[in-house]
Design a protein around this ligand. Sequence first.
Ligand SMILES: NC(=O)c1ccc[n+]([C@@H]2O[C@H](COP(=O)([O-])OP(=O)(O)OC[C@H]3O[C@@H](n4cnc5c(N)ncnc54)[C@H](O)[C@@H]3O)[C@@H](O)[C@H]2O)c1
Length: 316
Amino acid sequence: MTIGIAGAGSIGVAMAVVFARAGHAVRCWDPYPDARRRAATDLDDRLARLHDGGLLDEEPGAVSGRVSFVGELESAVVDARLVQECAPERLDVKQSLYARLAELTGPGVPLASSSSALRAGLLADGSPAAERILVAHPANPPYLLPVIELVPSTVTDPSVTRTAAELYAAAGLHPIALHREVEGFVFNRLQGAVLREAYCLVRDGVVDVADLDAVVTLGLGRRWSVIGPFETVDLNTRGGIEAHAEKMGPAYERMGRERGQHDPWTPDLVATVAAQRRAELPLEDWDRRVAWRDERLIERARADAVTAAVHSRTAP
Ligand SMILES: NC(=O)c1ccc[n+]([C@@H]2O[C@H](COP(=O)([O-])OP(=O)(O)OC[C@H]3O[C@@H](n4cnc5c(N)ncnc54)[C@H](O)[C@@H]3O)[C@@H](O)[C@H]2O)c1
């Protein structure tokens, strides 16, 4: 199976790693010869790092041998099963690219945009292939952060989204299907919420930048590498989500109000979240899951201690 990639910059190369590592032939198009040359070197560097880190089952050369960099869009996409568009984040550039992709690719081929913020509805506006266009937003770098947000427009054919989801899953990514389009999708909305508050805390003289980062890397981030924010509060309070919302909801509401926000955790909203959490984890399994969380955090702490020891031996 061949995957076509349009735009061989940072994300284009990273997605080439993902698909080639999964055994697919990958054809990367970039209009600029310099960009193609840089991309080939970048690909080799990234594969070498993954190999050194024990995350490649084959020799790097075997994986890069499946990737070609081409100067004609047609040769990259003509027989592709999926096209991953990784062009610059400009609506005009992407729209003219989709006009060409609509002509060059066949029915049923997902045209997936890596866009961080442009909605699929805008990219598909006026396109004869509108039903095949969706956003598939990867985390950077996707070969190490294996989550990809699938955001169809209102006219994307659900079977196209399903095909894309299957292809990403087979390539080792975890597809997250959003129910509707929203600017920033989920990844950048969450990141944005943390960043907005981080800027405010520095502006207000509450904390320095390095210390704020340490709160995340040593605290929130380490925890979130094991469980997400909803599971965190579910497990932090005996009784789960509802108990947490009752205890902490008013304080979080006050913090939001301080920032001009008013998004109360209403009883209905809390009940919705709690019902979805209970479907994942019945309360009778709560203690077992808390122990599981601690075991995972012990593993992380051990891995971090080993990494720190290696760094202290090898640091310049
Ligand atoms: N960098 C990130 O962290 C990140 C993460 C997720 C998604 N994205 C999204 O991925 C897309 C690509 O971002 P990037 O960081 O790889 O950018 P980049 O600037 O590194 O790469 C863009 C590539 O597109 C090429 N290009 C220029 N004009 C083009 C055209 N008309 N058609 C096709 N390609 C063209 C450039 O030569 C360059 O190689 C953007 O939509 C961005 O929002 C980026």
